[in-house]
Design a protein around this ligand. Structure first.
Ligand code: NAP
Length: 244
């Protein structure tokens, strides 16, 4: 297969697992990270050892100009982008009355504008080829809302609105746009959870465990596959039944 997948936030956590799953599925992979160059380069070496054509790129997805530069590099290197996984994101736990303007702006710059920037730069070649799949990573908190995470929840709700609107606009161009809304997943984003927190959370989840990055990557890989060709504008919860 010569198809190429771009995965943002691929140095760690869900993005890394998605890159591995898509590589296994036969995609060439272009990995975007912000700071973790060593981890991203190590993943590229591992993927190449397994026979995948892979490359990594440092880029802050909140910067329109950095995403423009990187999209041009990726399109020069791989020739085309078939799948875009908008996974890069940040979170913050803070009382609403302690959220600063800077906190709010950074949350939306990364979690929402980052997706705008990537779609804005990778979509035109998908539209001209009349084919492509975009997979945006939201959160169950974008559906349910979480106390002490108003800015995070609002940004993830925006990702759902973005997905549904863009799916309608680019459907006639043969492009699908879907959203994955993970629950509590065992990544650095939840590193502050102690044993007691994890036990309490697991007790609240019908499937009685915190999710793995692989659980989410499996859904991403399905949405990137030909089997998901007639699915667009949808939000898929991967949360062990925590939010229904
Ligand atoms: P993570 O382990 O904290 O990893 C975040 C990834 O995003 C890293 O690769 C990081 O790059 C990258 N990133 C962050 N800001 C960036 C920026 N401005 N530009 C480019 N890359 C950036 O997070 P995760 O748990 O895997 O989460 C991945 C996605 O799933 C996020 O959108 C998150 O909101 C969502 N999600 C996570 C959970 C969960 O429980 N973990 C639940 C629901 C939704 P560096 O390594 O270079 O910093």
């Amino acid at each position: 297969m010569n198809d190429t997948a771009v995965i943002t936030g691929a140095s760690r956590g869900i993005g890394r697992a998605a890159a591995e799953a898509l590589a296994k599925q036969g995609f060439r992979t272009a990995l975007i990270y912000r700071n973790s160059g060593t981890a991203a380069e190590k993943l590229v070496s591992q993927l190449r050892e397994r026979g995948t054509d892979a490359e990594c790129y440092a880029c802050d997805v909140s910067s329109f100009s950095q995403v423009k530069d990187v999209s041009e590099k990726i399109l020069r290197r791989f020739g085309r982008v078939d799948v875009l996984v908008n996974n890069a994101g940040i979170s913050q736990i803070r009382l609403f009355t302690d959220i600063t303007e800077k906190d709010w702006d950074r949350m939306f710059d990364v979690n929402v504008k980052g997706i705008f920037n990537c779609c804005r730069h990778f979509l035109p070649q998908m539209i001209s080829r009349k084919s492509g799949k975009i997979i945006n990573i939201s959160s169950m908190w974008g559906i349910q809302g979480a106390s002490c995470e108003v800015h995070y929840s609002a940004s993830k709700a925006a990702v759902i609105g973005f997905t549904k609107a863009l799916a309608q606009e680019v459907g006639p161009s043969g492009i699908t746009v879907n959203c994955v809304a993970p629950g509590v997943i065992d990544t650095d984003m939840n590193a502050e959870l102690n044993g007691e927190d994890r036990k309490r959370l697991s007790d609240e989840i019908p499937l009685e465990r915190i999710g793995t990055p692989g659980d989410v990557a499996d859904m991403i890989a399905f949405l990137a596959s030909e089997k998901a060709g007639y699915i667009t504008g949808q939000v898929f919860g991967v949360n062990g039944g925590m939010v229904l």
